[in-house]
Design a protein. Structure first.
Length: 355
């Protein structure tokens, strides 16, 4: 029995803010946890009472307008419309959200908040090609840099085989539920509600859990796609007026051919700007100006898997003793919170073992 205070379904959250509904929809679309442990979207004529009763206090429920109001421990938000196929629109309070196909989004005029979804194998190939192009040239697809755009199931695109407990649940009109916006049916909410909490591959939210894309298979431990998406997030935050380029995307400060690692997915980014070098963090939005000397230390550390190699490369770049170079790398790790990179060969080795 729930002991939490139960709330009546409404179009806004308990504090009267419409921002909560937009946040819940965003977490549902991306499949990533933020404020809510789980977000349910109930289709029109779906078992709304059953969902409202089972949702917990840290959950959110997106409920169609016209559904009969019922108390719930969760935050409940009303919507109309739908987000099933490209071109669909959903209306949430005063906000209108459109669904667009990833490939088509680059050729259509976006007029407001938009969820971009990879709908098929061609879209996934285009997404991967864009990621490789960004690494080679530093040119990112405009759709990922648009502040109005949210990429659906982004962690599933980057790590389709990784198991996780679903955070976005869609409940259909017949009571069957699926993971995410376009996932396959996993069970029936009335007869098998416990299956909602069972771990599934992240790719299940896109209906492509069995994907064996060579790019992902060749780099299972490096988080290259996660790094790419976070780099796009950073450029989106900086805005078009900030002419910054990111190390590892079109250029590298220490382009000496000696790197044996790549920066980890969550590592801070080294930026080159018209006014100098900057170390930028996506999550905290913190930015620190660096001297060219310190920038070289950061790049050597993040693209080397060991202190020995980082020191050797930095010593060659700065014409200093290897022991001094290793000390500088250690000081940078402590002061700036950077880490040695993930080995480029680790993913290939694990793949060879699997074979």
């Amino acid at each position: 029995m729930k002991t939490q205070q139960r709330r009546e379904a409404s179009g806004v959250d308990v504090n009267g803010s419409e921002i909560g509904g937009a946040r819940a929809l965003r977490e549902y679309a991306t499949g990533e946890r933020g404020r809510y442990s789980r977000v349910y979207l109930v289709d029109a004529h779906g078992p709304d009472r059953l969902v409202l009763d089972m949702a917990e206090s840290h959950d959110a429920v997106l409920l169609p307008e016209g559904a009969q109001s019922s108390a719930s421990a969760a935050d409940v938000f009303r919507y109309s419309g739908r987000l099933d196929e490209p071109g669909d629109e959903m209306f949430l309070a005063e906000c209108t959200v459109e669904l667009q196909d990833y490939i088509a989004a680059a050729f259509v005029q976006l007029v407001g908040p938009t969820v971009v979804v990879v709908v098929d194998a061609a879209g996934r190939r285009a997404f991967l090609d864009d990621a490789e192009l960004a690494r080679r040239t530093g040119v990112f697809p405009s759709v990922l840099l648009d502040p109005r755009v949210v990429l659906a199931n982004r962690s599933g695109l980057a790590r389709p085989h990784e198991m996780h407990t679903p955070t976005a649940i869609r409940v259909r009109a017949d009571g069957r539920f699926c993971v995410g916006m376009r996932g396959d049916v996993r069970g029936d909410i009335s007869s098998s509600p416990c299956e909602i909490g069972l771990p599934v591959p992240r790719g299940a939210a896109s209906g492509d859990a069995s994907s064996t894309d060579p790019f992902v298979d060749d780099h299972p431990t490096q988080g290259r796609l996660d790094r790419y998406l976070r780099a796009a997030d950073l450029l989106k935050m900086l805005g078009a007026t900030d002419r910054a380029t990111i190390s590892g995307f079109g250029w590298r400060l220490l382009d000496d051919g000696g790197a044996d690692a790549e920066p980890r997915a969550s590592a801070p980014f080294l930026l080159r700007t018209p006014t100098g070098f900057v170390l930028a963090e996506v999550d905290s939005r913190r930015r620190r100006a660096l001297s060219p000397f310190t920038a070289a230390v950061v790049d050597a550390t993040q693209t080397s898997a060991s202190a020995e190699l980082a020191g050797e490369r930095l010593a060659g770049r700065l014409a200093i003793a290897a022991s001094d170079a290793r000390r500088l790398c250690h000081e940078a790790r402590v002061a700036l919170g950077i880490e040695f990179g993930a080995s480029k060969t680790s993913g290939q080795a694990s793949k060879a073992v699997a074979r």
